[in-house]
Write a protein that binds this ligand. Structure first.
Ligand SMILES: Nc1ncnc2c1ncn2[C@@H]1O[C@H](COP(=O)(O)OP(=O)(O)OP(=O)(O)O)[C@@H](O)[C@H]1O
Ligand SMILES: [Mg+2]
Length: 253
């Protein structure tokens, strides 16, 4: 039996547009399970990012509920929500949003210091461990502008998990990366998932989608399909690709 971490019920999101309403999400029901690498796919403009923001409390749904530990993120006070985003969730985006005048080490550690759940020594120790794990120890004193895009994204991943989030949210984390860096970043996310990290990622990159243990397809503001997969194994990439391709075709991808 899988444990539910997040549950969206009847989630709607509309934006004011040209005097009318643009209904982007319409009554989305969705459970996110602990330990899953959940990947949400769908055409550009289908509302993937909007759904991710609603699930993670980055933005509020217009209607419906998003339950996390029996609390509703949609109605939660902003202060409480901000704290929750910091302590329980981690975020990675296409643009890394690293602080330009801080070193890679500092970019990661600052997030840990602000959290106040660990001592400074514990934060530094975890930062060093993550730098090593992400393969960027040698450039830890560099500024973001002095390292490659792949190294910046690896730093952003380390920052996102420094507080040991219950859920790691990722919005097109490989969108700005070349092929080699994409493979590396996907490998790191898969490794984190293998160690139990729950991940929710939106992407339209097929290679990123292959990493999912659960694939969801969003169309017209609704989840219209889902596919469960075992944890990614590079030895079985071909058959996995065939399976995912067939599923995506059935979604008219
Ligand atoms: N803040 C906003 N204000 C108004 N409209 C918005 C806003 N955010 C998103 N939208 C609209 O909602 C729709 C879905 O946007 P969203 O960014 O969620 O799509 P997406 O599936 O993530 O697309 P992509 O794959 O291109 O990133 C689009 O029509 C977009 O214009
Ligand atoms: Mg998007």
């Amino acid at each position: 039996m899988k444990t539910t971490i997040l549950e969206a019920k009847g989630v709607c999101k509309s934006f004011a547009h040209n005097g009318g309403q643009n209904h982007v999400l319409s009554h989305v029901d969705l459970k996110v399970y602990e330990g899953d690498f959940t990947v949400i796919m769908g055409a550009s403009g289908s509302g993937k990012s909007t759904l991710l923001y609603a699930l993670s409390g980055m933005d509020r749904a217009t209607a419906g509920t998003v339950l996390y530990q029996e609390k509703n993120l949609v109605t939660m006070k902003e202060k409480e929500l901000a704290k929750l985003r910091h302590t329980d969730f981690g975020f990675i985006f296409q643009q890394m949003h690293l602080v330009s005048n801080l070193s890679l080490f500092e970019n990661i550690a600052v997030s840990g210091y602000l959290n106040k759940e660990k001592t400074s020594a514990q934060v530094r120790e975890r930062t060093e461990m993550l730098l090593a794990r992400m393969g960027i120890t040698e450039v830890k004193t560099h500024l973001p502008s002095q390292v490659s895009g792949g190294e910046q994204q690896r730093c952003a991943i380390a920052r996102a998990v420094v507080n040991e989030p219950r859920v790691l949210f990722a919005d097109e984390p490989t969108g700005a990366l070349n092929r080699k860096n994409t493979t590396e970043v996907l490998g790191l996310l898969t490794d984190l998932n293998r160690d139990g990290q729950s991940i929710v990622m939106v992407t339209h990159d097929m290679r990123a989608a292959l990493r999912a243990t659960r694939l969801l397809y969003l169309e017209d503001g609704k989840i219209i399909g889902e596919l469960s997969l075992p944890i990614y194994d590079s030895n079985e990439e071909k058959s996995r690709e065939t399976q995912v391709n067939a599923w995506l075709s059935s979604m008219k991808w």
